[in-house]
Design a binder for this molecule. Structure first.
Ligand SMILES: Nc1ncnc2c1ncn2[C@@H]1O[C@H](COP(=O)(O)OP(=O)(O)OP(=O)(O)O)[C@@H](O)[C@H]1O
Ligand SMILES: O=C(O)C1=C[C@@H](O)[C@@H](O)[C@H](O)C1
Ligand SMILES: [Mg+2]
Length: 227
């Protein structure tokens, strides 16, 4: 019965999301002619839970004049429920399907800073989408710091475990190579404060030179710039 009610909520909020989403699209189209600074195209943040994708993404977007979008937030808006409820009803597989659907749409937007979910890079289709539609930045932080930042959070279902450090270590070992392969730029987000980090990231983005042979207008090169 509880599941049925939640599923009805999911359906009823789809219409609500479509409205929000079309509003967001029109906001994007109204800002796209403004001077958005010299960082071209979309900036896409990837990395582990707690790496700072949402936190850094918001500040970065405001500093370089782009629209901030967060896939986790969009999924919650569409369904009308929090991520743990989606995991509870549909499992991780259901959540991943929703994540891909949302990503396919969001990457079509222009001039955005996109904070992805920590597991968004797990599907090859998603990795290709991200690389084709923006400069992909891996925010890299050590497990001890990720643990410190996420230990009180109840909204990350994969971290609701008796041994948080072991769980994060397991995910890190599995994902770190994938984040590195997917990224155009890698930056340490573990040891520096948010403002300093955003300034350094802007410098890296400004220095980044996409290859001309890649997808126009700003398809980035496979060369990584690591700190
Ligand atoms: N550079 C930083 N220095 C210190 N604290 C940070 C830094 N970046 C983020 N934090 C803190 O870490 C916590 C998690 O950050 P955030 O929610 O941005 O991570 P996330 O990468 O978006 O995680 P998720 O994948 O689960 O969405 C927040 O409390 C935030 O304030
Ligand atoms: O790392 C992950 O797999 C996840 C990270 C969060 O951003 C959410 O997307 C969800 O909790 C799964
Ligand atoms: Mg986030």
């Amino acid at each position: 019965m509880k599941n049925f009610t939640v599923l009805r909520n999911i359906q009823s909020f789809i219409g609500h999301f479509r409205y929000n989403y079309s509003m967001q699209r029109s906001r994007v189209s109204t800002i796209k002619n403004l001077d958005t600074g010299s960082v071209p195209g979309n900036v896409i943040l990837i990395g582990m839970m707690g790496a700072g994708k949402t936190t850094i993404g918001k500040l970065l977007a405001s500093q370089i004049g782009k629209t901030f979008v967060d896939t986790d937030h969009e999924i919650q808006e569409r369904t009308g429920v929090r991520i743990p409820v989606i995991f509870e009803i549909e499992g991780e597989t259901g959540f991943r399907k929703r994540e891909t659907e949302v990503l396919r749409e969001i990457v079509q937007l222009q001039n955005i800073v996109l904070a992805t979910g920590g597991g968004a890079i797990l599907r090859p289709e998603n990795r290709a989408l991200l690389r084709q539609h923006g400069t992909v930045v891996y925010l890299c932080a050590p497990v001890s710091e990720l643990q410190r930042r996420t230990r009180l959070d109840k909204n990350r279902p994969l971290l609701q475990t008796g041994n948080l450090h072991a769980r994060l270590q397991e995910l890190y070992t599995q994902r770190d190579p994938i984040y590195r392969q997917t990224a155009h730029i890698i930056i340490d987000s573990g040891r520096q404060g948010v403002r300093v980090l955003v300034q350094k990231l802007i410098q890296k983005l400004l220095q980044f030179k996409p290859e001309r042979t890649e997808h126009p207008p700003r398809q980035p090169s496979p060369n990584k710039e690591s700190e």
